[in-house]
Write a protein that binds this ligand. Sequence first.
Ligand code: HEM
Length: 169
Amino acid sequence: MRLRDVHKYVSWFIILVAIYGTASGINSYNSGRGQWPHLWIVSPVMFLVPLIVMEISHQIYMRKHIQFQQPLTTITEEEFYAITRRGKRHLCILDDLVLDATDYAPYHPGGKFIIERCRGTDISKFFYGGYNLEPLTNGENYNHTNYARECCDTMIIGRMNRATDIFKV
Ligand code: HEM
């Protein structure tokens, strides 16, 4: 079991214990008073209903296909490498789109180093989980979610205009 799963199940356990504690506390306070015998239900319902609604909307969102915006600006390979070689802007390529991830790098959940390391490269194979930066140490591939796709959408600065068309015979 991965650390992420342990974290998830332990959190669920703590939440359920907390709900049980609150409900049974209300119940024992109320018992014998003869008023509102079902008051204990209010606390679990108030907690679980929003949680279930949020979980369902999250699951629906994760199954959607988030389309990237289609930029009108095109960037040539020379322009791209001229900027990235200077080392100040972390531009990278995703599909045929050019992203400027400079401002996002410190907030990347997978680490700032990864974004800096990928400056001036095509990150598609990493982003879609086909490959990772630590293959020799059995690092895990990571397929990004729609939340990440939305982040990318805000970073698109143009479409890559490649000099050669490899499909042309
Ligand atoms: C600039 C484009 C990128 C964006 C916007 C981005 C965004 C994100 C986001 C939002 C997450 C959190 C989980 C999720 O929603 O999927 C994440 C996790 C992660 N990213 Fe990226 N990412 C980018 C590029 C990359 C690249 C190029 C790599 C690898 C070379 C990478 C490796 C990872 C890993 C390993 C995690 C998992 C972290 C963890 O849960 O411990 N990311 N990324």
